[in-house]
Write a protein that binds this ligand. Structure first.
Ligand SMILES: [Cu+2]
Length: 405
């Protein structure tokens, strides 16, 4: 387990403070607006039949839209002073697209979601410094690796089918079926029988680890949710596939760690989320973990993974929201050793070149059409500090469609 060093903590505090200031300003603006006196007509409309409370939350928009505005007008409208349940059904009802396990469903309700994620990694990095492909070979050799090849670029795609079901109003069960598709480009090193300086690409896809669990509403009031994720995953993803592509057909070798489809272990994935709903948006904080239990049958265990997220989603209309998110991610190196993945061959075989710290920015859009939620987020990396030599993360993307019944 690695914790960020001073400069990383410093950066994180600065960003968190910036986000907090932004939210503070928005809240202040919202409050100032709510305190504007109601006109005589608006007060009369309010007394004439609204059951919203508290009284001070009512403002002009509530009154304006009390009669049905029609489907087109309602898409562009904003409602205020809604009940807790109504407020949770607007465009910001789910966390930004890259996140999971932030919300529950009411008893008997199903949710179906398809989610696509793509992470793009180009160039290697040692610590926080980007290095050229040639240096990845030379520095790698000095560190006792990359004699066979160095990775130069990777695309990690994930298709996910996410199903949720409200067992009670406080407990929602869920499962996620993962279908990763991994592609990695390489440059051959000095000891490769297929010739140093040539390139090759490997690909792997199939079922990943099946994820499941229960989301438990620990506490809730009109504007706050605290949700605990009692989650885990089962080792349904294949972790041992052979390829002779790296050596141009000379030798069959197991695909290295980042090209494997699962962890090979049962993982505990506890997490906790706090969400606060304002009239104009919502704030979320989530700690999510992914912790392998024991070692897999090849003799190693993957990283302990901790993700700490803070986000704010702003409602432009009831059906359209934009989000900004800050993600801290820590990963440990692997434990144990897979004896069939010698570190000398390639850096992606090295158990001690897996850990690091990543700081990512998320910029998202959420749109509701007739109960269909489209949720898209682009996630550029802001900072990363990696153990040994590893491919650096440039950006990731998440896009999902979901509907509850
Ligand atoms: Cu859901």
């Amino acid at each position: 387990m690695r914790f960020p060093r001073c400069n990383q903590i410093h950066r994180t505090v600065v960003f968190a403070a910036t986000a907090a200031c932004l939210v503070g300003v928005l809240c202040h603006a919202r409050k100032a607006r709510a305190q504007e006196p109601l006109s005589v007509v608006q007060s009369a409309e309010y007394e004439g039949g609204s059951d919203f409370e508290p009284f001070t939350e009512v403002n002009r928009s509530v009154c304006r839209y009390q009669s049905d505005p029609g489907p087109i007008a309602s898409w562009f409208s904003r409602s205020y002073g809604l009940s807790g349940e109504e407020r949770r059904s607007l465009a910001d009802k789910h966390a930004p697209a890259s996140l999971m396990a932030d919300h529950v469903h009411e008893r008997g309700e199903w949710m179906f979601e398809y989610k696509y994620m793509n992470m793009y990694m180009e160039d290697n990095r040692t610590g926080s410094r980007t290095i050229s492909d040639a240096e990845a070979i030379s520095l790698g050799n000095a560190l006792g690796t990359n004699f066979g090849a160095t990775p130069t670029q990777m695309t990690m795609e994930m298709h996910m089918i996410h199903i949720m079901y409200g067992v009670t109003d406080r407990v929602t069960a869920y499962t996620m079926i993962m279908l990763p598709a991994l592609t990695m480009d390489h440059l051959r090193g000095p000891a490769n029988p297929a010739g140093a300086g040539t390139t090759f690409t490997t690909h792997n896809s199939g079922f990943g680890d099946l994820t499941f669990g229960a989301l438990i509403m620990l506490a809730q009031d009109e504007s706050n949710d605290i949700v605990f994720n009692l989650g885990g995953s089962a080792p349904t993803g294949d972790i041992f596939r052979l390829s002779s592509i790296p050596t141009g057909g000379a030798v069959d070798q197991p695909l290295p760690f980042p090209m494997r489809l699962g962890s090979g272990t049962f993982n505990a994935r506890p997490g906790i989320t706090w969400k606060h709903y304002f009239d104009v948006g919502s704030l979320g904080v989530q700690l999510q973990t992914d912790l392998p239990i024991g070692r897999n049958y090849r003799g190693y265990s993957v990283s302990d993974d901790y993700q700490l997220n803070v986000w704010y989603s702003h409602l432009l209309t009831d059906n359209l929201a934009m989000s900004i998110r800050l993600e801290n991610r820590w990963r440990s190196n692997f434990d144990g050793i897979d004896p069939q993945t010698p570190d000398t061959v390639i850096s992606t075989n090295a158990e001690l070149f897996r850990g690091g710290y990543w700081l990512n920015l998320g910029l998202g859009v959420m749109a509701l059409f007739n109960g269909h939620l489209l949720n898209v987020e682009l996630v550029p990396n802001l900072y990363q500090d990696l153990d040994g030599i590893q491919l650096e993360t440039d950006w990731s993307l998440a896009a999902s469609w979901s509907k509850a019944y």
